[in-house]
Structure formats: C-alpha cells, structure tokens
Design a protein around this ligand. Structure first.
Ligand code: GLA
Length: 455
C-alpha cells in the first residue's frame, strides 16, 4: 500500500478506496483551478453529541465524538493576502475571493464564504500582523462529507477548517484548544454562535473516544485565551454508535434556539436575586432542585417579565419571534441542571465500562430535552421509538440542537443491519421520509493529512 493510502487507512479505520478516489478527485480539481505544484491536504470532521445537549452556552458539560465524515481542505499559501475559495460542489457553493484583513465586509447572509471570512478575520486580529492568504479547495460532498443542516455541525467544521489551514500555512503558534476557542468567537461573524462544543470536538476529537468538555473556563492561557478542562473518554467496547438522520430540517432553528437561550437567562436573572453568585445555570451544580424550583415560575409572559423588573432587551440582544408563547423558565432550567448531572454520570458509566447505564442516561436525556426543553418533534419521536425496538439498542436520543436533524443510538456491535432493516422502511412508511443511517466511527479532530505534489 502506498504511504498516502496508509495514511488514509489510519484516518478512516480501514482502507477505503472511495476515500482515496475522493482525495484524488479533489487534488485534480485543485490543479485545474489553481495550477500544478505543492499543496497541503487537511481534514476537519463533523460531530455527533452523545449527551449534554443545550448545556454548553450555560457553561455546562458536553460529551461529543468527532465523526469520520469530514471536510477535506486542499490549500496552498499565497504571497499576498488574497483568500481564493473553490468548492467541489461549485453549483451550491460558488467560487469566492476576498482579501484577508482584520475587518472583512460580510457577504450576504447564508453565503458559505462568511464562515471562511469569519475565521480569516479572527486570525488576522489575533496575529496582530498581516498574514498570507491561500488558494483553498473544499471537498465536503456526501457520502463522505458532513451531512448539512442535520445537526452534525457542518458549518462549524467549515469555520474550523479555514482557521486551521490559515493558521498552519502562516505558522501561527496556536494549540488546538486555543484555535477551538478562537473559532467559537469567529462564528459571531456569521451570527450563528451557540456554545463552544462544536469547535472543540472538531479540533480535539480522538479515534475511539468521546470528548468530555467542561464549557466553563478554568483559567487564562499565556496568550490571553481562556483554557478549558477536557478529557478523552474511551467508547464502550462491543458497542457501536449509530446515527440516523430524520431528514427533517427545521426552517427556523435559530429563533427557537435563541428563545431557549433567553429562557435560561431569565432563569439565571431570577435566581441571581436570591443567590448573587449565580451567573450561569452551571452554578446550580450541587444545589437541591427543590430549593431552586420555587424561585422559578413555570411560565412567564413578556409583560410578567417586565413587571418583575426584567427587560428582554437586556436578557438577549437578538430579536425573538413574537409567537405569544410565554417563556417556559422552570422546565428549561430543570433540563440544563439535570443534563449536566447526566453528563457527569455518563463519564463515570463509560469509565466503568457500563454501556447499559450509559444507554439509560441517553434515554433519560432524550426525555428531558423533549419534555423540559421542548426541542423534539414528531418525526424524531418516531425514529427514536423505532430505534429502541431493535434488539441490541441500549440508548437513543436526539442529538444537536434538535427540532429535526439526527438521532444518536448506542447499540451492541453486530445489530447494524437489523437496525437499518427495521427502522428505515417503517420510518418511511410513517413519515414519508427516507432516513440516512450510518455507523459512526469516532475519528480524530482536524489535522494535516499530508503534502502532495500536483503534476
Ligand atoms: C447547536 C450549537 C451547540 C450546542 C447544541 C445543543 O449545535 O451550535 O453549541 O448548543 O446546539 O447542544
């Protein structure tokens, strides 16, 4: 086997001819667009979160794994500050070009270029000096790419990939964790920032492991960048992680997401009156829920919020949809608090090799995100019910923000075929949608694949 094929086999677990063909096609295309010569090849994965949903933006705990579905970036350093972009799916993501700078003008909302611009601007600001641009080709098409809009973090992977490439080509001395935090900041540029989970797992993923991340900074590093506690947790032997994409896409996920962010913050604002040190729901760790609950109203309308002396504009700086629906403060907070405890318990279960206990925690997490956080929907419920009917499945829950996208399943090794045979046709019959089902091989975070010369 060639050295290159060996490298791909190490990344993807076994030699996969289709991966080789994918890389070859991307290298050829790079040559057609930018000309022959030496290039660097990189990859950056999507992720699936095993447990710890909607906790990261309240400084809680998460436990994601990096997928072996990824973006491939091929890049060559330029002598000027131009960043030129080509995508293998040029019809969907047309070529773009801009100049690297610390204050880059936005493309219209929704343009893929914005993710790269956000990363570029962030690096220019951080470096405090002019950097070199790059000619970049991005390859992320199915089936090897990260499914888009499926809750598997394809947009963060794009931001992280661009940042990784530019940092590497400019020899910026940034650790993966530092880059992850900076990429979280960079996503403000696009206006779609959640917490920091997606960027951390895209950079710190490890084969065969989940990443426990404490989303509360533990201190400041030498470059003034916050530091976070992370720990790689081995996945249970004899089990597989199966991901099933419901194919349901929520049109307005951002506004539902922002409402949840606001509901949590309202809870914090109310609790702060009694416990002044509470700045995030994470600060409730170790307290009895029975002591917290009476301080949080079940629901609160905007008028009631004002009557309590709280103004929505001070709670959240984005416009929320006016649905007339009150804020469900108590249940949202209960989810975040109980979810943090479940992540802790999951890490303990995995360390004890107790997959059944972990599966049970996944199921409990799903009930909580559905009932308390209101982030499920009918199609996901069908998928989860069908998944749990399969012999060998020990846990199933929605993953990512919710309201559509994927479920993640822990199942005994060997039941994948039964899973697909049971779930796919029944799901299609009940919902009219064809699910995509795949086994997730927990992979490594972003990295250099190697150097190549295009003839
Ligand atoms: C989205 C966000 C993440 C996280 C999840 C929910 O994927 O990008 O940061 O908040 O939702 O757990």
């Amino acid at each position: 086997m060639s050295e290159w094929a060996n490298r791909l086999a190490n990344i993807y677990g076994s030699f996969v001819a289709t991966q080789q063909a994918r890389y070859d096609a991307a290298l050829r295309r790079f040559g057609e667009w930018y000309g022959p010569g030496q290039v660097m090849v990189y990859r950056v994965p999507g992720r699936v979160n095993l447990i710890g949903e909607h906790t990261d933006y309240q400084q809680g705990y998460v436990l994601p794994v990096a997928l072996d579905k990824d973006f491939v970036f091929i890049a060559r350093r330029r002598d000027d500050a131009q960043v030129r972009l080509h995508n293998m799916e040029a019809a969907l993501f047309p070529p773009r070009q801009f100049t690297g700078f610390s204050d880059i003008a936005h493309a219209p909302a929704g343009d893929w270029e914005n993710y790269i611009k956000g990363a570029t601007q962030m690096l220019w600001q951080k470096a405090g000096r002019p950097l070199c641009g790059a000619d970049i080709l991005v390859a992320g098409a199915p089936p090897h790419g990260v499914p888009r809009g499926a809750g598997l973090s394809s947009s963060s992977a794009l931001t992280v990939g661009a940042a990784y490439v530019l940092a590497h080509l400019n020899e910026l001395p940034l650790s993966p964790a530092e880059l992850a935090w900076l990429c979280g900041e960079a996503e403000w540029y696009v206006g779609t920032r959640g917490g920091i989970m997606d960027q951390f797992i895209a950079l710190l993923g490890r084969q065969g492991h989940a990443l426990f991340l404490d989303c509360r900074a533990s201190g400041q590093g030498p470059r003034g960048i916050p530091q976070f506690h992370t720990m790689h947790v081995p996945l249970p032997r004899g089990y597989n992680i199966i991901v099933a994409d419901s194919k349901v896409r929520h049109d307005n996920i951002r506004s539902d997401f922002n409402v949840r962010v606001a509901e949590d913050r309202i809870g914090v604002a109310l609790l702060k009156r009694r416990f002044p040190y509470v700045a995030y729901l994470r600060d409730l760790e170790g307290m009895a829920w029975a002591d917290i609950e009476p301080l949080l109203p079940e629901t609160l309308s905007e008028e009631e919020l004002q009557a309590l002396g709280l103004r929505l504009e001070e709670i959240i700086d984005v416009k929320l949809p006016r649905s007339g629906e009150p804020f469900h403060v108590r249940a949202r907070c209960r989810h975040v608090v109980s979810e943090n405890a479940r992540v802790r318990a999951s890490v303990a279960a995995l360390r004890d090799g107790d997959a059944l206990r972990f599966g049970q925690l996944m199921n409990e997490a799903h009930a909580s995100v559905r009932d308390d956080y209101g982030a499920s929907r009918a199609e996901l419920e069908v998928l989860i019910r069908l998944a749990r009917e399969v012999d060998g499945v020990v846990g199933a829950r929605l993953t990512g923000a919710g309201w559509g996208g994927c479920i993640v399943v822990l199942a005994r090794e060997g039941c994948e075929a039964d899973f697909a045979a049971h779930v796919a046709p029944r799901y299609a019959r009940e919902t009219g949608l064809e699910p995509d089902i795949f086994v997730c091989h927990a992979g490594d975070g972003a990295g250099v694949v190697g150097q190549q010369v295009i003839g």
